[in-house]
Design a protein around this ligand. Structure first.
Ligand SMILES: Nc1nc2cc(Br)ccc2s1
Length: 241
């Protein structure tokens, strides 16, 4: 059965890339179904109003709850996870992507302005899991770009979408560390040579070298990931690196 992705947004054309490339092929092969809905279809005034001034004052506008509730009541199958991208959300992680890929589908609510009336997420939690997540510590103009990112991260984990399962299993972050450097031909290129161990054919030495490169790169770029490693993930020698 195919994984059903639904997106509710006031900029449906922004989600057009979901029909391209990887996702396009997966959709053609019936592995994933994508439906994009325009929130304004559920407004009831002539101006198709989706926003209003914030209670308590403050800058900007807030998205009104009623159009969202009508949209979600119509498109969200009971029990389906609702994902709400927001700069105030929990960090989106590869673990979340893997967890969500094992579910029957997802509904994404794309906020604009200063966000969606909080009661929508509270109300939606009565009918299934709700995940308020951010894709990074920067503020976008809306949730649509975040949805493109999360849809790509989730769908590439669906069985059959990425040809080479190995490349999925050995993803960066799969063992909690960053991927080390990669090389291909030519062995010597503009005065830069491929590390000789990779041409040695000594697979044990290559594995050791790759592990060390991952550790060094993780320590340099993402020391926070090292702190999060489970007990025993690093040998004593590796901790010394
Ligand atoms: N990092 C993120 N920024 C934003 C901004 C808006 Br507006 C909606 C969702 C997100 S996720």
């Amino acid at each position: 059965s195919s994984f059903l992705i639904q997106v509710v947004t006031i900029f449906p054309e922004y989600l057009a890339p979901l029909r391209q490339s990887l996702l396009g092929k997966a959709a053609e092969r019936g592995l994933v179904d994508i439906a994009v809905h325009d929130l304004r279809a559920w407004t009831d005034d002539v101006h198709r109003t989706v926003d209003d001034a914030p209670y308590g004052g403050g800058p900007g506008m807030v998205m009104r709850p009623e159009p969202w509730a009508r949209a979600l009541e119509e498109v969200r199958p009971p029990g389906t996870r609702l994902v709400v991208p927001t700069p105030a959300g929990r960090p989106f992680t590869q673990a979340m992507a893997a967890e969500w890929a094992a579910e029957p589908g997802l509904v994404f609510a794309c906020g604009r302005y200063e966000g969606i009336d909080q009661r929508v997420a509270d109300w939606a939690a009565e009918a299934g899991p709700v995940s308020e997540v951010s894709i990074g510590d920067y503020v976008l103009a809306g949730g649509e770009s975040a949805v493109l990112v999360m849809v790509e991260a989730v769908t590439r984990l669906l069985p059959g979408v990425v040809g080479n399962r190995e490349s999925v299993e050995f993803d960066s972050h799969a063992d909690g560390l960053l991927e080390g450097p990669s090389y291909t031909r030519p062995a010597s290129w503009r005065g830069h040579d491929v590390p000789p161990v990779l041409l040695s054919g000594d697979h044990a030495a290559i594995a050791r070298w790759r592990r060390e490169q991952s550790l060094r790169r993780t320590a340099a770029r993402r020391p926070d990931l090292l702190l999060r490693l489970p007990e025993g993930a690093l040998t004593e020698a590796e901790r010394q690196l």
